[in-house]
Design a protein around this ligand. Structure first.
Ligand code: SF4
Ligand code: SF4
Length: 280
């Protein structure tokens, strides 16, 4: 397949994207726009506006035929381009074919247990990633999808069937539109469907005050995880490190104290649900 997708970055070895040492591939593009997104530069594709070029201290960016060209060998990885981009994008995303990605994965293969397809939202590229996942599985590696849960289950079923499981975000329930810019409960329905076919590796919720229905979200997830003791629930405390200034200004006051965050773990314990992890 010569089709290409835009990839924001490839992390050769990660131990936070599922069990074991894993190669993580972050696709470019997401249909959500979460207030606390720490990699908001993955949301949109580059508009080639050129604003970032003059800010690059290493002269790694230039214009050619109205396209922004990124010269990786000159890049000092300062991320200034990402911070100044007004369009939640990056000039550093690269287009890869399946064969390009497999060539990278082959290099890391002796040292990894599997590959996690993340983003951005990987299910936006379900057809491409289904073919990629088939090739990865032939190497004897596991494949996980790190997803926001908002996808058409039937249309995504070839990808769902081939991968080993999902790391699924349940970001909020009642006020998901305010938090992430989408008005839908599809994530909860997809959680139920994925649980029913044993395709959930982990459920995750990022917690912050004021902008989400914390208790309701926890209750909705825990109610659905009943009967699936193999599936842990990870609670992640939102923080401002790495956020753009505009994001920090908007949600800074809503960041929980450690005590507030730990209290949600206490709540789950009191509720009789103990299969959770707190990521401070
Ligand atoms: S990260 Fe961006 S701004 Fe910084 S050197 Fe690389 S291309 Fe230039
Ligand atoms: S990365 Fe952002 S600022 Fe740079 S050219 Fe693309 S859209 Fe413009």
């Amino acid at each position: 397949m010569n089709q290409k997708i835009l990839v924001n970055q490839i992390i050769p070895f990660s131990n936070v994207d599922g069990e074991g040492n894993r190669c993580s591939i972050f696709v470019q593009g997401c249909q959500l726009n979460c207030l606390y997104c720490h990699n908001s530069e993955t949301i949109q594709t580059c508009r080639n506006c050129g604003i970032c070029i003059e800010h690059c201290p290493s002269h790694a960016l230039s214009f050619q035929s109205n396209l922004v060209i990124y010269e990786e060998s000159q890049c000092s990885h300062c991320d200034t381009c990402i911070m100044v981009c007004p369009y939640q994008s990056t000039p550093k995303a690269k287009a890869y074919t399946q064969d390009d990605l497999m060539a990278r994965i082959e290099i890391y293969r002796p040292y990894i247990r599997g590959v996690t397809l993340s983003g951005g939202e990987p299910t936006l590229y379900a057809d491409f990633l289904t073919g990629l996942a088939q090739k990865i599985k032939k190497l004897g590696l596991t494949v996980y999808i790190d997803s926001n849960g908002f996808f058409d289950f039937e249309a995504t079923s070839p990808l769902i069937n081939i991968v080993d499981g999902f790391l699924l975000d349940i970001k909020a329930v009642d006020n998901i539109e305010h938090l992430c810019g989408i008005k839908s409960q599809l994530h909860l329905k997809n959680l139920e469907k994925l649980l029913g076919i044993n395709k959930v590796i982990e459920v995750r919720t990022v917690l912050l005050n004021k902008h989400m229905d914390q208790m309701n979200t926890l209750n909705q997830v825990v109610d659905r995880l009943e009967g699936y003791p193999q599936v842990p629930y990870r609670l992640i405390r939102a923080h401002v490190t790495g956020l753009k200034k505009v994001q920090e200004a908007y949600i800074g006051e809503a960041i929980m104290t450690e005590e507030e965050f730990v209290a949600y773990g206490d709540y789950l314990n009191q509720k009789g649900f103990h299969n959770f992890k707190l990521q401070r």
